[in-house]
Design a protein around this ligand. Structure first.
Ligand SMILES: C[S@@+](CC[C@H](N)C(=O)[O-])C[C@H]1O[C@@H](n2cnc3c(N)ncnc32)[C@H](O)[C@@H]1O
Length: 415
């Protein structure tokens, strides 16, 4: 590891000057034009565009020193405070006692030494996640109200306690192993950081309640994003329902690694009249964590490294599953699917990111680094997908996408 002399900084950089003064006036004009008629009826596209511009403006205005302090102190400390809030049930407590609150009183009710919670809440207010009404008195914003919703608030503990150490120690791992791309699911950065031989999913499940909280996190990730089953994305009727062999016991969709069934529930809600079985497969421990599931969806314990029990389904579906594994492991998973597919009839639908060569969205690149450090895996480009799937005996029959940064649906058939 190299540590440079603090005095030796390149002469052309001032760490206390605005990062990009020239960009500021134009960004303000663009924000003003986009925001002129902003209201409840503003399109999501305009809102997202405003977010990108506002973020760019903030970054242009900050000095390098301010950005560094925000990264090193502000954000990690906010992550800590939000995680404590979930783990100590503060967000649920505030949902049950709505309105302005004094942090010291909440601390007493939750058996926390008041100065701890007062300091954590003060930081959250300073970061803009609570409204500060007076000394030690706050009101929740829409965001901190949402922290009481499991798919939002429960996301924090498994990331703080079950992921961040792998990101923090990635450089150390890479240094030790000679800066080679990790490709082992049992001996990578995650295993070094958590001193384990278990893979990421096994470790989370072995450390409750992280496994269950991670299921909520996945549910939260998908909220509000364009979904492949929505009109104008993938032709569900034309490509799946038409041509479906409606014999008794036939499956329309088998969701492999479907977690607690949120994707098939959404599918059934949006397409209530489809024929055939809808089957949600995951590891027994995850299937056992399902609290409620529409009657039309069949939960099934299944390990995707073993023979697929449902043969000849119209579609096998995997959402955010193959990105979890390096190519060699994906080929094992794919071989169990292709062996069950009926030639000329079954499709494999892969709901994943297809990373563009330029202009990738930060959610996708962020996820890619999570995959690198947690699972020795990656988000894939079109070329990566073509290469992997052809090795797995499949050909891509279509790639369907909607807006920038959203996942695509890759439709495949047996080659
Ligand atoms: C990133 S999550 C995606 C979950 C869901 N498809 C979604 O998009 O919300 C990956 C899923 O793969 C499941 N999984 C991991 N190993 C598995 C295995 N060997 N067999 C079946 N499912 C597995 C995990 O339990 C988890 O639910």
């Amino acid at each position: 590891m190299t540590v440079s002399n603090g005095d030796a900084k390149p002469a052309e950089v001032s760490v206390t000057s605005v990062t990009d003064a020239a960009a500021v006036p134009s960004l303000i004009k663009q924000i003003s034009a986009l925001g002129d008629n902003f209201g409840e009826n503003t399109s999501d596209e305009t809102r997202l565009s405003l977010c990108l511009k506002a973020r760019a403006l903030w970054k242009a205005l900050e000095t390098p020193r301010e950005t560094m302090i925000r990264h090193c102190w502000g954000q990690p400390a906010a992550m800590c405070a939000l995680t404590v809030g979930t783990e100590k049930g503060i967000w649920e407590y505030l949902a049950e006692h709505p309105g302005p609150f004094k942090a010291a009183e909440v601390a007493k009710a939750k058996e926390i030494d008041p100065p701890i919670l007062c300091r954590l809440m003060k930081h959250l207010a300073a970061m803009g996640y609570l409204k500060e009404l007076g000394p030690d008195t706050y009101e929740r914003t829409n965001f901190t109200k949402a922290m009481a919703v499991p798919i939002i608030g429960q996301s924090y503990p498994p990331i703080s306690g079950g992921c961040n150490a792998a990101l923090d120690q990635f450089s150390k791992w890479a240094h030790k192993t000679g800066w080679k791309t990790p490709n082992s699911i049992s001996d990578g950065p995650y295993q070094m950081a958590f001193n384990t031989e278990l893979n990421f999913f096994q470790w989370l499940q072995a450390n409750p309640p992280y496994g269950q909280q991670f299921n909520y996190h996945m549910g939260g990730y998908h909220q509000g994003r364009p979904s492949w089953m929505d009109p104008g994305f993938y032709p569900v009727e034309e490509n799946l329902v038409k041509g479906f062999d409606n014999a008794e016991g036939s499956a329309l969709i088998v969701d492999i690694g479907g977690s607690i069934g949120h994707d098939l529930e959404e599918f059934y809600k949006k397409h209530p009249n489809v024929p055939g079985r809808l089957i949600n497969q995951d590891l027994p421990i995850v299937i056992g964590q399902i609290e409620k599931l529409d009657d039309r969806i069949e939960p099934m314990s299944y390990d995707f490294y073993t023979e697929q029990p449902i043969k000849g389904a119209r579609a096998y579906f995997m959402h955010s599953v193959l990105h979890d594994w390096p190519d060699e492991t994906c080929l094992q998973i794919l071989s169990n699917i292709t062996a069950a597919m009926k030639p000329g009839y079954s499709k494999l639908l892969i709901n994943e990111n297809v990373i563009p060569d330029t202009g990738a969205h930060w959610e996708t690149t962020g996820l890619d680094i999570m995959m690198l450090t947690l699972l020795s895996s990656r988000e894939r480009t079109r070329e990566n997908w073509e290469d992997l799937l052809s090795k797995g005996g499949l050909k891509i029959s279509g790639i369907y996408s909607s807006r920038e940064g959203a996942e695509s649906l890759i439709e495949c058939e047996l080659a």
